[in-house]
Design a protein around this ligand. Structure first.
Ligand code: ATP
Length: 291
């Protein structure tokens, strides 16, 4: 791939005796909408959890090429020490550093944000507060500046509000800005999660089943928002989705997982007629099968 923003090599994830990911290799092109599909239990969410640092992968490498540099995601989460580290002081130093200061916050700082399959908003906060909290990293957190309400502090607060309202407009929630997040409809909460992810200023956004539970009109609106992220902001979107109509319509590239392995990758029209993909979805070979 010419310009891969994300490269995953030999990714493995084991939960006790369960091998959720065997040996996953994939690349995501910068500025694309890439869908990760597969039957239930194929390992899609586990891939997302490894990419975003919610799980520390059992093995492999995840390289994120954002903000003009390359980040090894597994390394910044903090890895175990190895015997040979003592022979490489620089490597040992990096391990100590990331053991002490590493974590998922560094993945977000590197430019990767996500939404969740089960919506995880701050339900007791207002919509706009949810978006301001997401900008905690960019805002002025100086206690003295806050108490004195300095010019710099007010400027940072205004910038955060402007950004929040920009993304509320994109996801069509400006009218709900002061409502409690937990009181909104399911579709609105899904859109708010996307806005919250975007407020962290990512280059890659991972959306875990964003169309789950939406009606066809809401799904169409969602497709428009995802396209807008790519076309207007050059955001790379990595998407897990079971709504095949939506996946086939908006994806530039599709990667298919089954039982923790990548079984196919390519353009939508190629994947739609791929024998192994049809078999994986139907659980058996079926010439008639269509995704
Ligand atoms: N925290 C965990 N502990 C134990 N097993 C897990 C854990 N997370 C995932 N698994 C197992 O890993 C496998 C892959 O699960 P995963 O949720 O990644 O699949 P998926 O493709 O996202 O499925 P779905 O489409 O239903 O969400 C499953 O067998 C699941 O039971």
């Amino acid at each position: 791939m010419s310009d891969a923003i994300l490269k995953v090599e030999h990714l493995m994830m084991q939960f006790g005796g369960i091998k959720a990911l065997n040996d996953v290799n994939l690349e995501v092109e910068r500025g694309s909408i890439t869908a990760l599909i597969g039957p239930n239990g194929a390992g899609k969410t586990t891939v997302f959890n490894c990419l975003t640092g919610f799980y520390r992968a059992s093995g492999g490498r995840i390289e994120l090429n954002t903000r003009q540099r390359s980040v090894d995601i597994i390394q910044i989460l903090g890895q175990k020490f190895r015997g040979e580290d003592w022979l490489h002081p620089a490597r040992w130093g990096r391990r100590v550093f990331y053991k002490m200061f590493g974590g998922t916050h560094l993945v977000n700082r590197a430019g990767l944000a996500r939404t969740f399959q089960n919506i995880r908003l701050f339900r007791e906060m207002s919509v706009v507060e949810n978006l301001l909290v997401a900008q905690h990293r960019q805002s002025n957190r100086n206690l003295i500046a806050g108490i004195l309400n300095t010019k710099g502090y007010r400027r940072a607060e205004n910038r955060a509000l402007d950004r929040a309202f920009y993304w509320l407009e994109v996801v069509d929630l400006v009218d709900c800005a002061n409502r409690l997040a937990g009181e909104m409809s399911y579709g609105q909460q899904r859109r708010l999660e996307i806005a919250r992810a975007m407020c962290t200023d990512p280059e890659v956004v991972c959306l875990d089943e964003p169309a789950a539970g939406l009606n066809p009109v809401e799904t169409r609106t969602l497709s428009g928002i995802i396209r807008f992220l790519r076309d207007r902001h050059g955001i790379t979107v990595l998407l897990i989705e079971h709504d095949m109509g939506m996946v086939m319509e908006i994806s530039d590239h599709i990667i298919v997982l089954d039982h923790g392995d990548v079984i196919a990758r390519g353009a939508p029209h190629y994947i739609q007629h791929h024998d192994s993909v049809i078999a994986a979805y139907l659980g058996a070979d079926d010439e008639e099968g269509e995704i």
